[in-house]
Structures are given as structure tokens and as C-alpha cells.
Design a protein around this ligand. Structure first.
Ligand code: BES
Ligand code: ZN
Ligand code: MN
Length: 489
């Protein structure tokens, strides 16, 4: 498992700056203002910081951006990174500044002179998020990041502020690791075992096996896994940090690999389908965060774990399956498997828990990428108030989210000749919306519900502000904030 880089907060000690190994990071206000530590760096480097402050290059920087001096005279450090940050700058700028440090962190670690930084805890959080690397599957050793020291005013207070953020970073890393992991390693069994291991943190974890799923009547979910040697499972994670109130239910699509099944996908790019368990990964990361920060809320996380493979036992196009709800579904395309899985897990979540609200996450449709690219998750909902609250939480955390419409016209496309419905619409038009409409058939009218289509946001093809290429952990931040603001007593 990838653990966040070690970060310690200490009082400012200007005497230790000259000999610090690794990288040294100093901050300058837009007006060139320096803190005590920065002033010492300026003196040691014979005025380098003042020259930076007076330069055009510095004038062009936005808050949270920086520039770098390599092997600076007067310091033992391999580099001096100078970042523009004002006392009044917001959380986003502080996280961005931290991410900049995280991006160029090396084996020798860093000394961050944050005595004049007002949001040092947020800065350390941005640093931790960006300094993620998935190296569990590499045999080359010694690539781990060196420890980071932040010199701050009042280290105890900053450390206390940073604690819940560290819980978030761990939850996000848990999600990223799951999403980055290849499918021969993260099998349904392995996934369930990793979730069961969270019992150590105080979560209650139940694993429902195929026999029980069959007894419950989950024919839609079970149909998806027929072609795979890996057993289909539903894992239920309970966090009971609240009172007696009904829980919020989080439901995740956990397709450990999506070949498409008999409606097989083209070979090019199929390897990306290791991330098709991103919804389940995010649910797991949120549950981990809630446990680590001992959230005062009742939340239940349910994930359907299954592998979509072709094979002699695989379900065929044209098969009719019966869902737990009782509705029959004609499987026109075995590659539209996520909605089949969710149909049963959503229904189970409502029947068993009568949740106050329900949010599902799924890498559900390629079409949502056509609509929104990689910047925004597609948001669908039957409840304006809940949806607005979620969008506000996502915005506050800098996670892109955009609401898309629902409506009867999209639902009409699901009419089947032989069953109660079919699993795809007529064609490509609005197919993310048709998929959301399919899910809605398995959501009770009185349950406030949000569907998040994270096909474009769960993993990225290049580096981004808060992480390297690969899994992002999108949604852990927004959901944690929504729970904190709306479901915590
Ligand atoms: N897992 C895919 C969706 C996906 C595509 C996720 C690209 C991430 C990146 C999903 O199971 C799928 O195959 N959807 C089909 C639905 C179609 C058959 C109606 C799609 O999007 O093509
Ligand atoms: Zn899929
Ligand atoms: Mn598919």
C-alpha cells in the first residue's frame, strides 16, 4: 500500500537552514515580503531571494506558482524552490503551492520554510496528494520520497489541523492504489480481502458470496460474472459513528476488469479497463477516511465486485436476467454491465438499510467522456437539494462535477420486446443519460439519490495538479465534505 510521505511540523530554527540536505522551499509574498526563515535564506544566498522578488519571472507568477534555483551557493540544498504565496491566499492556492513541492520531491526530502504561511496544514495536504507514486509493482528499490519538514509558527496547532487532512490523504491513496492495481492482482477475492482488512480501523465489513447473492435474487449482478473464474461478491462496509439515524448509502461499481464480455471491446486500449472498479475504489477510500477521522455519521458503503469476461459460461447478448427488484432485463449488450451490477446493489442497499440518501459512483459510460472530457464527473439526481449540496462540496474541493439532465424521453429508449426493459438504448445518442435512466428504475421515488459517472475522472492519461498519471481518487474529497457538512451531527 502507498502511504503518504512523512511530514513533520517543527518550530522555525534558522540555524539549521544552511546545512539542510535535499530541497529547501521558501515563500515570497507578491510584494516581495519575506518571513524570518526566508530572510535567513536571502542572507545565506547573498540576496538571491531579493533578486527573485524583483524579477519579471516572479512578477508573472500566480499565487501557488514558483520557480527554482539549482545548487544555490550558500546552501547545502540541491535546489532552492521559491513559491509565491500571500498571507491572504485561499485554501486552493495553499494546496497548489504544496502540490508544486510534492511534484519535485526526491529521495532526500525537503525543508519547507512555512513560518509566514497562514494555511500550512492545507499546504502540507497538497504536498502529500501530489507526492503519490504507485511503485508497489516495481522491483527497483530506493524510489521512495524522503521525509518533509515544515517549519511553522505553532507546530502543535498546525499538526492538529493537518490530522483530518492526513486521514483524507490516506483514503485517497487507498482509492488510487486500488484503481492503479492490475486485474490479475486485484481480483474480486483480493479486493474483498483488502476491504475486510479495514476492520482494523473500526469498520464492520461483511462479504456476501455468490450463494447468498443468488438467494437474494441478484440475477442482474450474477449474470455479469458468469464468464469469469473469479467469484462475484458484494462487500458491505459499515461506519456507525452517528446515533440511531438511518445511514447514507454509498454504492460503487467494482468491475475488476471489463473486457466487454461476449460483446467484446476492441483490443486497443482495453488495458485501461483495469480501472473499471473506480466507483468501488472511491467508496472504499471514503469509508477509510471516515474511519480514520472517526466521523460522527452513519454511512454504509456497498460495492459489487465482479469481472466481465467472455467464455463458455458467459452471459450472451439476448439473455434475459431477473433483478433482485423482480424486473426482468434483456441483455442486448454484455458491455453495458455496470448498470446491471448497480441495479441489484442499489436495490439491496434500499431494502436492507432504508437509507436517508444514496449516492452511487461508477465508471459507467464512455459517452460521459465525449460530453464532459476528463475535467468533470457527470452528475445525475432525482433531488435538487441533495444535488446542489453535492455540487457545492465538489466545487469547494476543486473536484469537477457537472449536472446532466434526466427525463422520460431517455427512459423510453429502454423498452424491450421480450423483457421489462433492455440494458441499452437504441444508439449512441445521450447514452450516459439513458444509463442514468436505467439506474433510476432501481431507485425508490422517496430516496434522494445521486449517480456519479466517473468514467472520465477516475484515471487520467497524464500528470495533473494533485497527482501523477493514473488514478486520481476523484470524489473522496467531495463526498467527505458532503458527509461532514450534511450528515454529521
Ligand atoms: N466500463 C465501461 C465504460 C468506460 C469507458 C469506462 C471508458 C471508462 C472509460 C462500460 O462498462 C461500458 O463498456 N459502457 C459502454 C456502454 C454501451 C455498451 C452502451 C460504453 O460506454 O461504450
Ligand atoms: Zn464497465
Ligand atoms: Mn462495459
Amino acid at each position: 500500500m502507498t502511504t503518504p510521505v512523512t511530514i513533520q511540523f517543527v518550530d522555525t530554527d534558522v540555524e539549521s537552514i544552511a546545512d539542510a540536505p535535499g530541497r529547501v522551499i521558501a515563500f515570497l509574498g507578491g510584494d516581495g515580503k519575506m518571513g524570518i526563515a526566508a530572510r535567513r535564506v536571502d542572507r545565506l544566498t547573498r540576496g538571491a531571494l531579493k533578486r527573485v522578488a524583483a524579477s519579471d519571472a516572479f512578477a508573472r507568477l500566480k499565487p501557488g506558482e514558483g520557480l527554482e534555483l539549482a545548487f544555490p551557493a550558500g546552501l547545502a540544498a540541491s535546489a532552492l524552490q521559491v513559491i509565491r504565496l500571500d498571507r491572504k491566499d485561499d485554501i486552493t492556492a495553499a494546496r497548489k503551492a504544496g502540490a508544486l513541492i510534492g511534484r519535485s520531491l526526491g529521495r532526500d526530502g525537503a525543508l519547507v520554510l512555512a513560518d509566514a504561511v497562514t494555511r500550512a496544514a492545507e499546504l502540507s495536504f497538497g504536498l502529500a496528494l501530489r507526492a503519490y507514486q504507485f511503485i508497489d509493482r516495481k522491483t527497483t528499490k530506493g524510489e521512495e520520497f524522503g521525509a518533509v519538514t515544515l517549519m511553522v509558527n505553532g507546530p502543535e496547532a498546525v499538526a492538529a489541523e493537518a490530522a483530518p487532512l492526513a486521514a483524507l490523504a490516506e483514503g485517497i491513496f487507498f482509492t488510487r492504489d486500488l484503481v492503479n492495481e492490475p486485474a490479475n492482482i486485484l481480483t474480486t477475492d483480493d479486493f474483498a480481502a483488502r476491504l475486510a482488512a479495514m476492520q482494523e480501523l473500526g469498520l464492520e465489513v461483511e462479504i456476501l458470496e455468490e450463494e447468498q447473492l443468488a438467494e437474494l435474487g441478484m440475477g442482474a449482478l450474477l449474470g455479469v460474472g458468469m464468464g469469469s473464474a473469479s467469484p462475484t461478491k458484494v462487500v458491505v462496509m459499515h461506519w456507525n459513528g452517528g446515533g440511531e439515524e438511518a445511514p447514507l448509502a454509498l454504492v460503487g461499481k467494482g468491475v475488476v476488469f471489463d473486457t466487454g464480455g461476449i460483446s467484446i471491446k476492441p483490443a486497443a486500449g482495453m488495458e485501461d479497463m483495469t480501472m473499471d472498479m473506480g466507483g468501488a475504489g472511491t467508496v472504499a477510500g471514503v469509508m477509510r477516511t471516515l474511519a480514520l477521522r472517526k466521523a460522527k455519521a452513519n454511512v454504509v458503503g456497498l460495492v459489487g465486485l465482479v469481472e466481465n469476461m467472455p467464455g463458455s459460461r458467459a452471459q450472451r447478448p439476448g439473455d434475459v436476467v431477473t433483478s433482485m427488484k423482480g424486473d426482468t432485463i434483456e441483455v442486448i449488450n454484455t458491455d453495458a454491465e455496470g448498470r446491471l451490477l448497480l441495479a441489484d446493489v442499489l436495490w439491496y442497499a434500499q431494502e436492507r438499510f432504508q437509507p436517508v440518501a444514496m449516492i452511487d459512483l461508477a465508471t459507467l459510460t464512455g459517452a460521459v467522456i465525449v460530453a464532459l472530457g476528463f475535467e468533470n464527473t457527470g452528475v445525475f439526481s432525482n433531488d435538487d437539494a441533495l444535488c446542489e449540496a453535492f455540487l457545492a462540496a465538489a466545487k469547494a474541493e476543486g473536484e469537477g462535477a457537472w449536472r446532466l439532465p434526466m427525463g422520460d424521453a431517455y427512459d423510453a429508449a429502454l423498452k424491450s420486446r421480450v423483457a421489462d426493459m433492455r440494458n441499452v438504448g437504441g444508439g449512441r445518442a445521450g447514452s450516459s443519460l439513458v444509463a442514468a435512466q436505467f439506474l433510476k428504475r432501481f431507485v425508490k421515488d422517496e430516496v434522494p439519490w445521486i449517480h456519479l459517472d466517473i468514467a472520465g475522472t477516475a484515471a487520467l492519461k497524464g500528470d495533473w495538479a494533485f497527482g501523477p498519471k493514473g488514478a486520481t481518487g476523484w470524489g473522496v474529497l467531495a463526498l467527505n465534505r458532503l458527509i461532514r457538512d450534511r450528515f454529521e451531527g
